[in-house]
Design a protein around this ligand. Structure first.
Ligand code: FES
Length: 212
């Protein structure tokens, strides 16, 4: 059967590298694509002294392009410092894979975003790099742009699912415009906490469901 994929994409799709989970990771991300709704999780172990990525694994619920990109970028990132790994772009991944169809760019971007988010998560936990900054209202809003509204596939800020945010003395209170017993309430609750709790200066995240 003819496919739009290079031989290398097919090889990496059929025999993906670094698939799985890392228990107790130093950095973790779960990213979703607004374009197709697919998801990727990525886990890293990082050497604290020189910030080298010593282990990396991913799990994809995406397509062949996404799995092949996740596979190649995890191979590339292993052994790099986090600063070096942040520079890996979807274009680098596509080049390594012998090209990807234009229509599949977002799949490759999704895998690269997951890597960058896992590194960010590590920096947030450590309070280093850009994430040394204090958790302000603006930072919270930016983090919540990575939480998907399951009813639309777009983020919870853009879709006005968040009706209020307060940040005070390390306690973040987020009001969500959903009923407490809504079928998606626990998923939204978990995703918001996942994005905010790891930050070095956050003590507690309180979610209130205020929909009626
Ligand atoms: Fe969703 Fe490729 S179509 S990740």
């Amino acid at each position: 059967m003819e496919t739009p994929y290079s031989e290398k994409v097919i090889e990496y799709f059929q025999n993906p590298k670094n698939v799985g989970e890392i228990e107790d990771p130093d950095g973790y991300a779960k990213e979703g694509s607004p374009a197709c709704g697919d998801m990727v999780s990525l886990f890293i172990k990082v050497e604290d002294e020189n910030h080298e990525i010593t282990d990396i694994k991913f799990k994809s619920y995406g397509c062949a392009s996404n799995i092949a990109t996740g596979s190649i970028i995890t191979e590339m990132a292993k052994g790099m410092t986090i600063e070096e790994a942040k520079e890996i772009s979807w274009e680098d991944a596509a080049d390594e894979l012998g090209g990807l169809p234009d229509l599949k760019t977002h799949c490759s971007v999704l895998a690269v975003d997951a890597l960058r988010e896992a590194i960010r998560n590590y920096e947030e936990r450590q309070g280093i790099g850009e994430e040394k900054r204090e958790t302000t209202l603006d930072v919270v809003r930016k983090r919540l742009r990575h939480v998907m509204n399951p009813m639309t596939g777009l983020d919870v800020i853009k879709t006005d699912l968040i009706s209020d945010i307060e940040v005070e003395d390390g306690i973040i209170t987020v009001e969500v415009d959903l009923e407490e017993d809504h079928q998606f309430a626990s998923a939204v609750n978990e995703d918001i906490k996942e994005k905010l709790e790891p930050r070095w200066d956050v003590e507690e995240v309180v979610i209130k469901f205020v929909g009626d």
